[in-house]
Write a protein that binds this ligand. Structure first.
Ligand SMILES: C[S@@+](CC[C@H](N)C(=O)[O-])C[C@H]1O[C@@H](n2cnc3c(N)ncnc32)[C@H](O)[C@@H]1O
Length: 270
């Protein structure tokens, strides 16, 4: 079974605006590829590409990059991005990729594979990858933290309140820990040459409103918003006011550092 979310146009637009692109991990993926399989970088496929944040940074390294997603709204948003000429998009399920067997050099899924039918997707990725091609799956945990002067701990108590309020709206398909989903995929990957990193920190300076916007792109916030839009708005306004008050500032444009905890799996097909 796979799960269909992320179909709304507003949600897709929020993705493009607020989501962090983990350039640091994309560099790690490319260093891995250059080390393990240096001579062939023709085709990369970014599965569950959303609005293309992780797809476009692959463009300098490959002859061709294709982002695939099941959601038309996300792909329409991806087309509004400034896409290099070697980047294109296809609408298809992750479990049925429109590529010939052994055609692909790199398959990535960035903050997406937990939504797929994982066993079917892993088989499909294996089918399309050439021998020596690589699989890179990455995602982040929901518990992003904030750094701001010497009151980071105080802010993070408030952030935890935000996440706790959203927890009941997490989709049962991903359960309470996506880390476990990815470590299970790592364990089930039969390629002998594989790496797992369960805590890779990515930091970004953003306006406080940008942090709130990021949390509002979470599927759990989207579920709350669909069920009870007034409550969703009240919750995010309440958290923003509490954070502003703790920071002793009035403007949501005030910058904070967001610390996002990623995990990733890298594997080379023998
Ligand atoms: C959380 S978003 C991540 C988007 C993007 N990769 C990023 O890093 O921001 C997950 C994406 O996976 C897509 N998705 C979910 N299930 C899918 C499936 N079975 N096949 C293809 N795409 C899927 C959703 O439509 C959504 O765009």
């Amino acid at each position: 079974m796979a799960v269909r979310l992320f179909e709304g146009k507003d949600h897709a637009a929020a993705y493009l605006r607020y989501r962090v692109t983990p350039h640091e991990i994309i560099s790690t993926v490319m260093n891995y590829m250059k080390k393990k399989t240096p001579n062939q970088l023709n085709l990369a496929v970014d599965v569950g590409c959303g609005s293309g944040q992780g797809t476009i940074p692959l463009a300098p390294f490959f002859t061709k990059v294709v982002g695939t997603d099941i959601s038309l709204a996300q792909l329409e948003m991806a087309l509004t991005n400034s896409n290099p000429p070697n980047v294109s998009y296809r609408q298809c399920p992750a479990e049925e990729l429109p590529f010939a067997s052994g055609e692909v050099d790199l398959v990535t899924a960035m903050t997406a594979a937990h939504w797929f039918d994982r066993p079917k997707f892993l088989l499909e990725a294996d089918r399309v990858l050439r021998p020596g091609g690589c699989l890179a799956l990455l995602s982040y945990t929901m518990d992003m933290e904030l750094e701001y002067g010497d009151i980071s701990n105080m802010l993070n108590v408030i952030c935890k309140e935000f996440y706790a309020a959203l927890l009941p709206f997490r989709d049962p398909y991903i359960g309470s820990s996506s880390g476990k989903i990815y470590s299970d995929m790592f364990d089930s990957c039969t390629y002998p040459d594989k790496e797992w990193n369960e805590c890779f920190l990515v930091k970004r300076v953003v306006p406080l409103s940008g942090y709130i916007g990021m949390v509002e792109t979470f599927s759990s916030y989207e579920k709350l918003r669909i069920k009870d839009p007034a409550e969703a708005e009240r919750l995010s306004n309440d958290i923003q006011s509490k954070l502003l008050s703790a920071m002793k500032v009035s403007s949501p444009d005030t910058e904070v550092t967001v610390v996002v905890k990623y995990f990733y799996l890298l594997a080379r097909k023998p």
